[in-house]
Design a protein around this ligand. Structure first.
Ligand code: AMP
Ligand code: ZN
Length: 470
């Protein structure tokens, strides 16, 4: 049974969707003011693995991921490039979609944009005012954290004088736990900044309110799972809880799943240190998206991942091993039937795969199971002990594992196009091998040409001749 570590309870707990059927997952998405960096992408790959594994367990997954297309950073970026806010954010939204596609991240169910939900955000702000949880000052609306006794339940942040009125009102979106205070739900317009009309005058929403609104709009007042990286626990997620629970009176999130950060060569990524990578930077250096995805999966999600170019080289070699295996397996001439040993190996691999994934999504462990199986299958092949039906079982297992890992999708798809048995080709290849042994090179070449005309390429290896389609 799947267990997930829940930041809210600080324990690993069995997970089942509240209604037993549909997993309602909300993931904080990108702020579209720049290209995503590989740290962001690590978090998006984690979301992907989580949703894929929920589906693997047989639940229908509804994942909503917001696109933050209005905040301090997007506004500043649009102004500095002389573009409208929407032109500017649309550009980076498209880059984001390209990046996740390259990394074989399955699309979320919905990607709502903050600017398309301004009305709903205003309605929630009004509701909070009406219920005595928010107040207006000069066209700004703030959430009154002293009105919400549970403030701090996720992150532990709790200002000393929460029962007094002594703490400050916070303008910016991000701040430290010690600074906890009343935060902005709605911000009065500044000159030259984009704004929307509202009951409190022209302005724009604060950052936190969008996630409360869009999760309720598309999912339900109580989410099964809410994801993000650890930097969002405070203030963002703490504030989402306050807004949502103050408004609905219901639990906002059953499971909070937070991914640890990625660092580069042991240091926090920053543009000034020159260790800041986007996906494009790595692709330009000649790395494959497949290896990058592999590298992002090499640490458990609750551990920091130290991203290094050397590690990425290792990932290139690892995925190469996978690819070679998947390309070779369907083409090998194998005896009919199956062997007890192979059947057992594959059953064991299946069991182990689910066991490690059930244990709070132990992806490095799951990849270990796949590579271990490949090693054993290669040993069986070397000993001519793998049979036709075992091969099918191995490929079936890899396909199931890949529905979660997403690491060999293209390769498995290509392998499917390969007829596992092709009697005519097999017979011609055997005849050619015999001709070569008999030093009848004319016949051997004739067969090679005949097969080439059908788009079949032959390769003579130490283990005999193998063939593939062009
Ligand atoms: P942003 O586009 O800044 O809103 O961030 C998108 C996602 O990436 C959020 O879930 C962040 O918490 C996450 N994130 C930011 N920096 C890192 C990092 N270094 N490693 C992993 N995730 C990160
Ligand atoms: Zn959010």
């Amino acid at each position: 049974m799947l267990e997930l570590y829940n930041t809210a309870t600080r324990r690993q707990e069995p997970f089942v969707p509240a209604d037993g059927k549909v997993a309602r997952v909300y993931s904080c998405g990108p702020t579209v003011y720049d290209f995503a960096h590989i740290g962001n992408l690590r978090t998006f790959v984690l979301n992907d693995i989580l949703c894929r594994y929920l589906a693997f367990n047989g639940w229908e997954v509804r994942q909503v991921m917001n696109i933050t297309d209005v905040d301090d950073k997007t506004i500043a970026g649009a102004i500095s490039e002389g573009l409208s806010l929407s032109e500017y954010t649309e550009k980076y939204t498209q880059y984001f979609f390209e990046d996740i596609e390259a990394l074989n991240i399955e699309p979320a169910w919905k990607y709502p944009r903050a600017t398309e939900h301004i009305e709903q955000m205003q309605a929630l702000v009004q509701k909070l005012i009406d219920k005595g949880h928010a107040y207006e000052v000069d066209g700004n609306v703030y959430f009154d954290i002293s009105s919400f006794p549970n403030y701090g339940k996720l992150s532990g942040a709790r200002p000393e004088d929460i029962d007094g009125a002594g703490f400050s009102r916070l303008e910016g979106d991000e701040y430290e736990r010690e600074e906890a205070g009343d935060f902005a739900l709605w911000k009065a317009a500044k000159p030259d900044e984009p704004s929307w009309d509202s009951p409190w005058g022209p302005g724009r929403p604060g950052w936190h309110i969008e996630c409360s609104v869009m999760s309720m709009e598309y999912l339900s007042p109580t989410l099964d799972i809410h994801t993000g990286a650890v930097d969002l626990i405070f203030p963002h997620h703490e504030n989402e809880i306050a807004q949502s629970e103050a408004a609905t009176g219901q639990l906002f999130v059953r499971f909070w799943v937070h991914g640890e950060h990625l660092v580069v060569e042991g240091e926090k990524m920053s543009k000034s240190l020159g260790n800041f990578y986007t996906l494009r930077d790595l692709l330009e250096r000649g790395h494959s998206p497949q290896a990058i995805r592999h590298q992002l999966l090499t640490a458990h999600y609750r551990q920091q991942l130290n991203f290094t170019l050397e590690g990425l080289e290792q990932s290139e070699r690892a995925v190469q091993r996978l690819n070679t295996f998947i390309a070779r397996l369907p083409r090998l001439p194998l005896p009919e039937g199956s062997s007890e040993e192979a059947v057992q190996l594959i059953e064991e691999a299946r069991g182990n795969f689910e066991q490690v994934m059930d244990d709070d999504l132990n992806v490095p462990g799951a990849m270990g199971v796949v590579f271990e199986l490949i090693k054993h299958v290669n040993t069986l092949l070397d000993a001519s002990e793998l049979h036709e039906q075992d091969r099918t079982r191995v490929l079936d297992f890899l396909e199931d594992a890949d529905s979660v890992l997403g690491l060999m999708t293209e390769q498995l798809e290509a392998a499917k196009g390969e007829p596992v048995v092709d009697e005519e080709i097999k017979a011609l290849v055997a005849e050619r091998e015999q001709a070569r042994k008999d030093r009848d090179f004319a016949r051997a070449d004739e067969i090679r040409d005949q097969l080439a005309a059908q788009g079949i390429i032959l390769e003579d290896t130490a283990e005999g001749t193998i063939w593939r389609r062009k």
